[in-house]
Design a protein around this ligand. Structure first.
Ligand code: FE2
Ligand code: FE2
Length: 393
């Protein structure tokens, strides 16, 4: 809203020459202005002047026209409006006010700049492109070329540079995936500690340097084929996300995201199997550790499998969704043992469930299309058995 000068509100003040000449030039409009039938925006257009000048001129005319003054109104009167007509949109003016109508006596050239219309057009194009890409990338479709059951081992938070990273368990998991036909990995995030800000002091309390952590992360992320890699909260600190994406250029990974990976696996036979993986699903409960992924499965029953990490505990839950399909909801514990944060805050550490493996058989009965196994070696043996039984060795 333009701020009109004090002289325009004072009916006894002298009207500057500039505004007097405007009144003379547009004398035919004065009756309508006095009766308050012309809005500031309309005046702006009719006289080809700025919003500021139009508001000033209108106020000056009204203040000198006692007939147009309305009696004091009830302050709540505006709330009684029952209908309103269309209003004109503001004209697309440049940032600088037009110098010739300023009452200060100064004059300058307006700077060249894009018009508001150009700005709106540009913002519209940026939004349309962003929206199209977001919609197109929402679901990652993966075509599984091999026949028979396959398995995905969901690795919990690795924290590979933590002194408490359970490398014996991690090595066993990776070696088992690498030598088992049809077995793939998924990484639920927090690949390294990647301390940030005041937490950087914690590097003094671990024996692995930042650089060594990056090398360990590269080894892990390029060791076996990954269906997905999630960027956890630790990965998002500093430039961790970009670093991991660079490392993944040399790896086999179908999708990498800091948000929710929606994966649709298509097989040579049978219906697709869908996975929703994210570092952490919103919601927690002391009495139901599967609350987060369960809640996601109830509110968004798109997937067959909901898997997350972050909280460093393990749990699984299964129920039939409203679409008649079994829903698996799991949280994997990860590999960070002897966590000082957990010790200081009184969380008891879980001893199992660093990863879990889902064996996927798209041709099986609805209740058997997904089988959940917590021990990696047991999962590998079961996958071999199911593949052999289906006629694939
Ligand atoms: Fe973590
Ligand atoms: Fe985390």
């Amino acid at each position: 809203m333009a701020q009109v000068p004090s002289w325009a509100k004072d009916p006894n003040a002298k009207i500057p020459k500039l505004y007097k000449s405007l009144m003379e030039k547009h004398a035919d409009l004065l009756p309508a202005i006095r009766e308050d039938r012309v809005s500031v925006v309309e005046l702006e257009k009719l006289m080809s002047i700025s919003n500021y000048a139009a508001a000033t001129l209108k106020r000056a005319i009204l203040s000198r026209n006692s007939k147009s003054r309305k009696p004091a109104q009830d302050p709540n009167e505006n709330f009684n409006v029952t209908s309103r007509g269309p209003v004109a949109l503001p004209s697309l003016r440049s940032w600088d006010r037009e110098a010739e109508i300023l009452p200060s006596g100064l004059s300058w050239e307006s700077k060249e700049e894009p018009s508001v219309k150009d700005l709106i057009d540009r913002r519209t194009a940026v939004f349309n492109d962003l929206h199209r890409r977001k919609e197109a990338n929402k679901v990652t479709r993966i075509d599984v070329k091999m026949h028979g059951p396959i398995a995905i081992t969901h690795l919990g938070d690795p924290h590979v540079d933590a002194d408490g990273c359970n490398w014996p368990e991690l090595i066993k998991t990776i070696e088992t995936i690498s030598k088992t036909e049809g077995m793939y990995a998924g990484n639920i995030g927090d690949t390294t500690n990647n301390w940030v800000g005041s937490l950087k002091r914690l590097y003094a309390h671990q024996s692995t340097t930042y650089d060594e952590g990056v090398r360990l992360a590269e080894w892990l992320l390029t060791s076996v084929p990954y269906v997905y890699v999630i960027l956890g909260n630790h990965d998002g600190w500093n430039e961790g996300g970009s670093l991991i994406r660079q490392i993944l250029k040399n790896s086999s990974v179908a999708t990498c995201t800091a948000g929710c990976a929606r994966i649709e696996l298509h097989f040579p036979k049978g219906d697709p199997i869908r996975i929703m993986a994210r570092h952490d699903f919103k919601g927690s409960s002391t009495w139901n550790r599967a609350h987060g992924p369960m809640k996601a499965a109830k509110l968004d029953p798109w997937a067959d499998i909901y898997v997350s990490g972050h909280k460093h505990h393990w749990v699984s839950h299964m129920h039939e969704g409203m679409d008649g399909k079994p829903k698996w909801a799991m949280t994997v514990r990860g590999y960070k043992w002897h966590d000082s944060f957990a010790e200081e805050h009184g969380f008891y550490e879980h001893e199992h469930g660093a990863s879990c493996t889902t064996i996927l058989d798209p041709t099986a009965k609805p209740t058997e299309r997904v089988k959940l196994v917590w021990d990696i070696e047991e999962a590998a043996d079961l996958l071999k058995f199911y593949r052999k039984r289906a006629g694939y060795n």
